[in-house]
Write a protein that binds this ligand. Structure first.
Ligand SMILES: [Zn+2]
Length: 188
């Protein structure tokens, strides 16, 4: 996944972005999160992934109203990044921005997905819930990935919430999200 994200992108000159065109990004309030590398910020917006996967050319990209790192009030278009999502046959091009003040790269991300995870939060939660409740993985899930989610959730729950949280891992999943954490990430 990393090679996809790092290896396939299209650079676009900032001046190519015009507020006057129908596809110009619309300024919007974003929910930001730092990506796990600390090199970029993720801006979460409502994005129609299915339409984007079909190559919709009339997509209006939301534009963060400010930089998520330094608060500068203008960010420039910085190309598109191909990103893979579970359940979609094709990778989706997602808009990227750059802050001219601090140089921070800001990636758009659909709400309902964690940074750097291809599966929706709801899918991850439902998969882990099934495993904990029945002892089996759902039929159609990729079990190697799902095992990673459960192991990571165990680690996060214990490290952040303490050993008692291990008795209610789904509760821990929700509490960790409320704390702004990704409960199934590799890094704690
Ligand atoms: Zn900035």
């Amino acid at each position: 996944m990393v090679s996809w994200e790092r290896g396939h992108f299209y650079l676009e000159k900032p001046e190519a972005v015009s507020e006057a065109t129908p596809t110009a990004p619309q300024k919007a309030e974003a929910v930001f999160a730092s990506d796990q590398t600390g090199e970029a910020m993720i801006a979460f917006f409502d994005l129609d992934l299915k339409r984007l996967a079909q190559g919709a050319s009339d997509c209006t990209w939301p534009r963060p109203s400010c930089c998520g790192r330094c608060g500068h009030d203008k960010v420039w278009g910085h190309g598109l990044v191909l990103t893979i999502f579970e359940g979609l046959a094709k990778a989706v091009r997602l808009r990227r921005y750059r802050c001219p003040a601090c140089g921070c790269i800001i990636r758009l991300r659909p709400k309902g997905y964690f940074s750097r995870h291809q599966s929706a939060v709801a899918v991850i939660r439902a998969t882990v819930t099934t495993r904990l409740g029945t002892g089996h993985w759902p039929k159609d899930c990729a079990t190697s990935r799902a095992r990673h989610w459960l192991r990571a959730l165990n680690r996060h729950a214990q490290a952040v919430l303490g050993v008692p949280a291990l008795t209610d891992l789904i509760g821990a999943f929700d509490r960790l999200i409320a704390l702004g954490r990704v409960p199934v990430s590799r890094a704690i």
